[in-house]
Design a protein around this ligand. Structure first.
Ligand SMILES: Nc1nc2c(ncn2[C@@H]2O[C@H](COP(=O)(O)OP(=O)(O)O)[C@@H](O)[C@H]2O)c(=O)[nH]1
Ligand SMILES: [Mg+2]
Length: 362
């Protein structure tokens, strides 16, 4: 699961990306993350994992991670080959969701490609490039479906569905807001850029970050995003890299000084995880406490398969305690005594925050 960081030049994408790299999910655990300089792994903040670690003092604590890609080169006209054009669009195609960074700060020392700060104009510029790239793809799809329909009538429907979408895109609207046909469900092979879920990251200066709602730029972004049903996360790219290097108490003090409860990066990472439809279950022990990533709705055997394929193949049952129950009891033994450790079978749908021990036999 990967998120692509997109936005106009000089809005703070790379600065934000550097914060992600600074926060550095330990590269020893994830050797592949050092291969591509534009790909960064970041730990998903999880207070439950922190508490579990306090309880077990394990040799190792391993958080869930997600991957971000710094996608450079999007400018007005990219869908027509401007800038890095198609290369850039191809990079977005490989991601599962988009973090769209919008510049919400003024700084005469940082050139704005359009000459002035105007977040809504910038949002529209980028969104429109994605729509135009999709339009080209949809046209090709219609042509193909029409040809196929000569041999097989069932393709008539496909052609009609995409003609509806084409008209929608032609109005400058994103595929994700198209409701007449559920394109993602009906045509899962169709990789449209404007169909990907999006989060807007409003990049504010330090002052604005302390109180985003007082910043007109931020209000404009929120309004625009709300109209699309999308979320906005305030960040201060310049500060995030610094914050990401701090731990525990230090980090809390720094954020207290700024008057914010949570760093922008932490919020962004959590929101991205949710946007992708992901949740975590936890495993605990003296050796390792760990958060495991699964898609919402995953059943116990498949969740076990994330740890090892043997766990899925030889699945017998899952012993599950909720985080809240475990905390209320204080220890696993106490939770067991109180009968709060449930025995769940193959059909159990794993819940976010479940603490699980899998029983298996191969
Ligand atoms: N004043 C100010 N400058 C920023 C902020 N975020 C990024 N910058 C600066 O803007 C310039 C472009 O940032 P960069 O991350 O390279 O933008 P990118 O082109 O979107 O990757 C750099 O000089 C950054 O230091 C911010 O929040 N405030
Ligand atoms: Mg950059």
């Amino acid at each position: 699961m990967k998120l692509g960081i997109v936005g106009l030049p000089n809005v703070g994408k790379s600065t934000l990306f550097n914060a992600i790299t600074n926060a550095g999910a330990e590269s020893a655990n994830y050797p592949f993350c050092t291969i591509d300089p534009n790909v960064g792994m970041v730990a998903v903040p999880d207070y439950r994992l922190d508490k579990l670690s306090e309880m077990y003092h394990p040799k190792k604590t391993t958080p869930a991670v997600i991957e971000f890609v710094d996608i450079a080169g999007l400018v007005k006209g990219a869908s027509k080959g401007e800038g890095l054009g198609n290369k850039f669009l191809g990079n977005i195609r490989m991601t599962d969701a988009i973090v769209h960074v919008v510049r919400c700060f003024d700084d005469d020392n940082v050139i704005h490609v359009e000459g002035s700060t105007d977040p809504v104009r910038d949002m529209d510029t980028i969104d429109l490039e994605l729509v135009m790239a999709d339009l080209e793809m949809v046209e090709r799809r219609i042509d193909k479906a029409k040809k196929m329909a000569k041999g097989d009538k069932k393709f008539l429907q496909e052609a009609a569905d995409f003609e509806g979408l084409r008209d929608w895109l032609n109005d400058g609207k994103s595929a994700r807001s198209y409701e007449a046909v559920d394109i993602a469900a009906e045509y899962p092979d169709c990789e449209l850029l404007s169909l990907k879920p999006v989060i807007y990251a409003a990049n504010l200066d330090e002052e604005g970050f302390s109180d985003p709602h007082s910043v007109p730029y931020y209000q404009q972004v929120e309004e625009r995003a709300a109209a699309q049903g999308a979320q906005v996360i305030p960040v201060c790219a310049k500060l995030e890299a610094e914050i990401a290097q701090l731990d525990g108490e230090e980090k809390k003090m720094f954020l207290d000084d700024l008057g914010v409860a949570e760093s922008g990066l932490d919020r962004l990472v959590k929101a991205s995880y949710t946007l992708l439809g992901l949740i975590s279950y936890l495993t605990s022990g003296e050796d390792e406490c760990r958060a495991w990533t699964i898609a919402k709705g995953t059943k116990a055997p498949q969740a076990a398969g994330k740890i090892h394929s043997d766990f899925e193949r030889g699945f017998i049952r899952a012993e599950v305690v909720s985080y809240e129950d475990l905390m209320a009891c204080g220890t696993m033994a106490a939770a067991r005594e109180k009968g709060l450790i449930r025995s769940e079978g193959k059909e159990y749908v794993v819940q976010d925050g479940d603490i699980i021990l899998f029983r298996f036999n191969v």
